[in-house]
Design a protein around this ligand. Structure first.
Ligand code: ATP
Ligand code: MG
Length: 370
């Protein structure tokens, strides 16, 4: 089939709320990243998002307001990027907009992302593809993770088995064997608990290079308690979000025993260990002989976490996706540009072996410009 090769834009705002990533990508034959940038999310918008990630009052009104606010931010980020890169809107075939996840309840069959695609189309005058997760859910899948199909398309090798590890707010792995089915699922927290604890005790959005965690000592008993959460022991397909991993859950666990009244640094060290172990346990359970591991997402900058993963996953080699030609900060946004390309060209975007959906299907709705 002849596909529409050209320039697509991916917009991603993940669970960490660290910013809105915009990636401009040439697609059709060889992928080429033309440019990318991360735009800030105003504090009031972050508060509004966090307020909606768990049940509360007046949700519909608050969601309606946020849907518009986010769409405006996404459109402004796209328009700025086009200006910076000296591109015309007529150069862009489509925008793939993930939206901001507000609630993800795969077991009840729904996942909700905010950021009205109609308004993005109106304010950019570019066709938008959005609402990627719900078609997969409609076929009985988790609707997540969606990036493994992109990882497989870009990073698979016929010589060595590889694992692509995305450490965003949550962590997810994509297992790429040399032959056979691609697997992938969320392993649990990525940066989300580390960020939350750091903000609580140091008023900083994240633990730079994991240095604060490295200054503490992890507590084995608390680690065991946290690791007893059923999610870690469920078999895939599985996906998670802030509904499960949030500071209220952490505090609830800390209140379970006087033994957990540790120094904030020791708790941060325990959270780093929880993140590292839940990831390494999942990779080891896949039983591929020393796969090459490539990391993407903001967690790639957490030196202490990467060091610990290297120890736990020896003798596998660990590098970032930069070694495969894609900077770790832009893989997720590029994936949504690719998913827009797939949808626009009538190609499937999900992998049933990952999400558990009953079939491959085209993901996303198309919102025309003009
Ligand atoms: N220098 C750094 N040191 C430690 N952590 C960092 C550093 N830079 C970024 N991070 C972490 O990366 C996070 C952002 O990662 P990313 O953008 O991949 O997450 P996300 O937006 O939640 O994406 P996803 O959709 O995959 O969940 C930050 O919140 C922070 O925790
Ligand atoms: Mg992000």
């Amino acid at each position: 089939m002849k596909t529409q090769a050209g320039i697509y834009i991916g917009v991603m705002s993940g669970t960490s709320l660290d910013g809105i990533d915009v990636a401009v990508v040439q697609l059709g034959q060889e992928l080429k990243l033309i440019g990318a940038k991360c735009y800030p999310i105003p504090n009031e918008t972050k508060t509004a998002i966090l307020g909606l990630t768990q049940p509360g009052d007046n949700e519909i009104e608050r969601l309606g307001k946020l849907d518009i606010e986010l769409a405006r931010l996404f459109a402004a980020a796209i328009n700025h990027t086009l200006h910076d890169l000296n591109l015309n809107r007529s150069d862009i075939l489509a925008i793939g907009s993930h939206g901001q996840t507000i609630r993800h309840r795969p077991k009840t069959g729904f996942s909700l992302q905010a950021g009205d695609p109609n308004l993005i189309a109106a304010q950019t005058n570019i066709k938008v593809i959005a609402d990627f997760r719900r078609k997969d859910l409609a076929y009985g899948g988790e609707g997540a993770p969606l990036v493994p199909a992109f990882h497989a398309d870009q990073f698979k090798s016929s010589h060595t088995s590889r694992v692509i590890l995305n450490i965003g707010g949550m962590s997810n792995i994509t297992v790429l064997p040399t032959q056979g089915e691609v697997r992938g699922y969320d392993t649990g927290p990525g940066n989300v608990l580390l960020d939350a604890w750091c903000y609580r005790h140091r008023s900083l959005p994240y633990d730079q290079a994991g240095a604060w965690a490295a200054s503490g000592i992890y507590n084995a008993s608390l680690l065991e308690k946290l690791m007893s959460l059923p999610f870690f022991h469920e078999t895939p397909p599985k996906s998670t979000g802030r509904e499960q991993f949030n500071i209220e859950w952490l505090e609830h666990m800390l209140n379970q025993s006087a033994d957990y009244q540790l120094s904030p640094a020791d708790i941060q060290a325990t959270l780093l260990e929880l993140t590292a172990r839940s990831i390494s346990d999942a990779i080891i359970s896949e039983k591929h002989n020393a796969p090459e591991i490539y990391i993407c997402g903001g967690g790639a900058h957490n030196t202490a976490l990467i060091q610990r993963l290297k120890q736990l996953l020896e003798p596998s080699s660990i590098a970032t996706t930069e070694s495969l030609g894609m900077h770790p900060d832009w893989v997720e946004a590029a994936a949504f540009a690719w998913l827009a390309y797939r949808a626009l060209n009538g190609l499937s975007g999900n992998l049933p072996s990952v999400t558990g959906a009953s079939k491959e299907t085209i993901l996303g709705g198309i919102y025309q410009a003009g």
